[in-house]
Design a protein around this ligand. Sequence first.
Ligand code: NAD
Ligand code: AHE
Ligand code: ZN
Length: 375
Amino acid sequence: TQDQVITCKAAVAWEANKPLVIEDVQVAPPQAGEVRIKILFTALCHTDAYTWSGKDPEGLFPCILGHEAAGIVESVGEGVTEVQPGDHVIPCYQAECRECKFCKSGKTNLCGKVRLATGVGVMLTDRKSRFSVNGKPIYHFMGTSTFSQYTVVHDVSVAKIHPQAPLEKVCLLGCGVPTGLGAVWNTAKVEAGSNVAIFGLGTVGLAVAEGAKTAGASRIIGVDIDSKKFDIAKKFGVNEFVNPKDHDKPIQQVIVDLTDGGVDYSFECIGNVSVMRAALECCHKGWGTSVIVGVAASGQEISTRPFQLVTGRVWKGTAFGGFKSRSQVPWLVDKYMNKEIKVDEYITHTMILDHINEAFDLMHEGGCLRCVLAL
Ligand code: NAD
Ligand code: AHE
Ligand code: ZN
């Protein structure tokens, strides 16, 4: 209940790059404006591996990683009105308070209410963590920390979803799939008949392909250095493939030559700053738009000749595909239940929490898109 500490299993990242350790963790009760969730399923996203690697300037240790999950509300703190114990929910690392300057702008899905606290691994009310191991505080991550059987999140970071949605599948709607779909639908606003290039055919890149297909794009060119990705990518709408390793020319030139001057839209779904440059430069003069989706390591910077922009190319970026999380995640869940968007097809592996280190190892293998862990 609302005033009891819960002891449960969680995967703790004690230090960057050191194997995660399954620990008995104490999870404090939710304070005002907070929700304690029993996490039932969590997937691994490349961003978890990125922060674990020590290359995230916001990475803090020890912490509990994880941000793509689904579960059931266990208890709520004072003043929480929009969810109650028993509700099925998806934690949202991109909050939506509906009151801040960002939420009210109508121009962005970013929310300012809890971001400063989540960026330093604590809760907003008292700037403390709700997790500890034998009295030692463990930092939160992205305001979600889903590699734990119970987690505490801000109420502005919880999307209440259809109670019949299969949680072992819709956990993916917490990050990768919406990011790719939204990059196309909300950020780029791809029109029917467009030519599109996608760099990186992991879950995010494949969701971009699915989004582009549903938007009616004509040519959907997938670019990946792992040729094993090409077969599966067809199922998501990719209809042409380029492996940069098969070409001597820079990859932007290869795509410009293939497309009579460049694509209408390109998407970088890797987190590699030289690929970001190639993705911009393979866009058509006058109108081509490139969207950065991948997260690049601390200290990395993008560059290009300003002439690329002077001559009409547009460089953009997207967080969670521009979706307003609390409002639109439930809508995405319904779309999945109506078979209008794929989710199952991205799940290539399933495991239990105890095997989380093996699940991270799998991420580096070509055959793995998403691995879902049961907690
Ligand atoms: P992933 O590792 O599954 O996929 C990356 C793909 O890129 C792999 O298929 C890999 O073979 C390919 N690749 C690597 N280097 C390449 C190169 N030089 N040229 C071509 N292909 C190359 O990762 P994912 O989970 O799909 O995530 C992709 C990126 O998106 C990550 O950087 C992740 O942190 C980021 N991300 C961003 C958001 C956001 O809101 N902006 C959300 C989710 C994920
Ligand atoms: N802490 C990182 C930033 C990481 C980043 O850009 N995160 C994406 C989501 S990745 C999900 O897999 C995002 O939404 N960013 C917007 C935000 O508010 O964090 C760094 O490099 O500093
Ligand atoms: Zn993610």
